[in-house]
Design a protein around this ligand. Sequence first.
Ligand SMILES: [Zn+2]
Length: 283
Amino acid sequence: MIQDIAPSHLDITYHPYEPDEDSRILFFRQGELLVLPSPKNDGEIDFPKYDGAKRFESGYTYLFSIDRQRFFRVALTEEEMQTVVKAEKNAVFCRRSYFRTARPKALAFAAVTGLHLNGWYEKNRYCGSCQTKLEADERERMLRCPCCGNMVYPRIDPAVIVAVTDQDRLLLTKYRGREYKNYALVAGFNEIGETLEETAIREVWEETGLHIRNLRYYRSQPWGFADNLLVGFFCDVDGDPSIRMDEEELAVAEWVKREEIPVKMEDMSLTNEMICRFKLDNQ
Ligand SMILES: [Zn+2]
């Protein structure tokens, strides 16, 4: 999965660090991130290094570290951004989806985590209660309103992924009207007042009309592509396996036999890992 970058490790703990000469700077513009593709054209990426000479008015915000390398964001005016783009040869702005296949994986994970954090900073410039400009807290990653004391923490939307099995068959779905066209599993957002187990039961019922039993937690995954924390469960169908598909949400919902499940060469998503686990009879 995208977060499996061992022996490297992403440390998200906030510190009020300043950049050093080995730091990487993440430059964002309209939801895109500035990338330096390898001149060898081999799919490898890097990010601009901190250059002490580049002093921007808005300053640098520490995001996280991967091993000893620190990553920062800086919010620039369009004019300042033009000077950065000119100085960095071959630099290109990339959308989130680009990082599904970018390598090395540790930097793809850094990119998506940076995009998630940057989106949160950009959407929380002002207090939602009294519209005063928010200020960054010194000790933790939190924005505080100096007027009314409102505290704004990073936003993470929890969602479940559910692999429903019926002996040697797995319930596979395809979303309706989405860019992503491959097989998926039942998935959906946790609602206020609901446990994750209740979300799994509700989503399977809403999307396919199936009852489930023997729900078991598998793994979770930070999924910065959509600001989620994904929580994966396996379970068995309970009773009648006839599917009543939610046609507004899904284009396909069907039972697929273990040997007929298509294998995708992809090591980023929890969904694909769970599908592969079932195929290898190893969940
Ligand atoms: Zn306020």
